[in-house]
Design a protein around this ligand. Sequence first.
Ligand code: ADP
Ligand code: MG
Length: 359
Amino acid sequence: MTLACLSPETGPLLEVRHIVKTYPARGARRVQAVSDVSFDLARGETLGIVGESGSGKSTLARALLALPHPDSGSVSLAGSPVLAVGKAHLRELRRQMQMVFQDPLSSLNPAQRVFDIVEMPLVAVGGYTRPERRRLAGEALASVGLDPARFGQRKPYEISGGQCQRVSIARALVLDPRLLVCDEPVSALDVSVQAQVLNLLEDIKDARALTLLFISHDLSVVRGISDRVMVMYLGKVCEIAPTQALYANPRHPYTATLLDAVPTLEPSRRSPSRPMVRGETPSPLNMPSGCRFRTRCPRAEARCAAEEPPLRALADGAAHQVACHFPLAGHAGVAGDASSARRHATLHGAGAELRVAAC
Ligand code: ADP
Ligand code: MG
């Protein structure tokens, strides 16, 4: 996977700086959902975000689109600020940043027909005649592999889960955005349908020169589609790296734990030599001092409680950043991770076989 869609414009498409989002809880306490998260997204890139449930992935995704606004921090799209702007400006920016949600059925209005669902963003933005809306919705449906004549008049409960997710994607595409934020877009789908939808997203990304933020708790799904992967734990970024480097050579103990937990039939990967992680995830109402992972980390020392580790580039590669005082040792041979390529091919192979069968 390459950044082949880079446009002549320079600089990252998305710049995210110091995003903080808390939610009110009982008493005066607040849930620390996202705490000081910063990253860049290059034009044409797919950045995967992984982490256990509750690590702040969805909150971060929504904050980027001001759905709702974060408590603090800044986001800019192609150099234009997204937060702290007037409604008209935000509406224009939202045309360019669209979201696909996890549960296709519940994210679609059951009372509406497919055409009306896909036309909704055009109605919200305004300025389109009814025939124009119908034409653009038909094109968006066709681009996700759904025949508008066959599916346009149906309601969500009359089509399959995979088809519902295609409708969600068509709705996100109808305004021709530059950035697609996909929050667990295949997590609610059967494995065979997952592969089809992933293939579809990759095809669409290439055809439309899209930039993708792809969120999933499933590391094997993220691996296949992402150029880089960012790992979150309790609202913080632990590690961010090119996909091959992160999967072959995780440097944060939490990333290593997540990877060790992925079931595999490959004997060489089945018995990790790394020490096991202990204990439960702490409450987001009562975060550990210093490193948030240190209460479960087998490598933790006194410094981890006293001092929060900053996210910093490793000596062996600026693109690989880790927030750990005692990162795992790096090793050679990252680029030749054959198992990664094999798994990707398996997933895509399954999708290719099923592509004709309209999920
Ligand atoms: P993820 O998507 O990684 O599962 P979320 O962003 O949904 O994580 O949640 C991060 C934290 O914020 C969790 O502790 C969750 O319980 C809390 N949270 C999410 N949404 C709300 C809300 N609307 N009100 C209160 N707490 C919330
Ligand atoms: Mg979520």
